[in-house]
Design a protein around this ligand. Structure first.
Ligand code: APR
Length: 227
């Protein structure tokens, strides 16, 4: 029975691939108001603006690649049962070759019916435009969890954290709940790591690698491959 490694990632792991984080100095929330582009109210008020915001991010995703941080995590799968819980809506973990990825905040390459949240379809890197309809005749919207919306994958994510032998947090400011609360489901006996250039000590004993993912993740993976 392979030991279980559970990894929680945020925007920081994709930063070196060229995708802006949210709360760093050049972050996305410095350029846009969250209320305008990442809430149901914003979408209702100006659907074209919101569709365009995600169209721009989806087009960018077509031109970026995984970085060493994503790639190092794939190595772990030789020895461990690896589950990645990501807050990111990009598909860079999957592109790098990770096989068990759980998206908490949705996926850029998917769209869904405005009416039926379970009517989800792959759209790759294509735009969603007003008038693009789902099979149920409703307008298509990004398959993204906006602020104030339910996070359906939080239950399976918490269940994974409860079974972790190792827990690695990479590139998240731990600002957004319920994702940030997942650390509380991790058993005390689990060995925990944090990889972040601006790592802030969190409330439990963990090994902090105060580096970017591009170099820091390898250090954790090397340790786990030797364990
Ligand atoms: N390598 C590792 N970590 C990095 C790097 C890097 N190269 N660059 C920045 N970071 C770290 C920052 O220090 C910060 O702790 O990544 C984190 C980015 O934090 P945020 O921008 O808040 O991103 P995230 O934590 O993923 O945001 C959570 O907020 O807006 C919502 O839904 C959105 O999923 C997102 C959620």
């Amino acid at each position: 029975m392979k030991k279980k490694v559970v990894i929680l990632t945020g925007a920081g792991i994709s930063a070196e691939s060229g995708i802006s984080t949210f709360r760093d100095s050049d972050g996305l929330w410095e350029q846009y108001r969250v209320e305008d582009v990442a809430t149901p109210e914003g979408y209702r008020a100006n659907p074209e603006l919101v569709l365009d915001f995600y169209n721009q991010r989806r087009r960018q995703l077509a031109h970026v690649s995984p970085n060493e941080g994503h790639r190092q995590l794939v190595r772990l799968e030789e020895k461990y049962d690896v589950h990645i819980i990501t807050q990111n809506v990009d598909n860079l973990h999957e592109q790098a070759g990770s096989t068990q990825v759980l998206h908490l905040h949705g996926e850029l390459t998917k769209a869904r019916s405005e009416r039926d949240p379970n009517l989800i379809m792959e759209i790759g890197y294509n735009d969603i435009n007003p008038g693009d309809l789902a099979p149920d005749g409703a307008q298509l919207r990004p398959h993204i969890v906006w602020f104030g919306e339910a996070v359906p994958n939080i239950e399976p994510a918490a269940a994974l954290c409860e079974q972790a032998d190792y827990f690695i947090v990479i590139g998240t400011s731990m600002n957004v709940y319920p994702a940030a609360g997942l650390i509380h489901y991790v058993p005390r006996a689990a060995q925990c790591y944090l990889v972040d250039p601006k790592a802030v000590a969190v409330q439990r004993s963990l090994t902090v690698i105060q580096e970017k993912a591009g170099t820091g993740v390898k250090k954790v993976v090397d340790q786990l491959m030797e364990a």
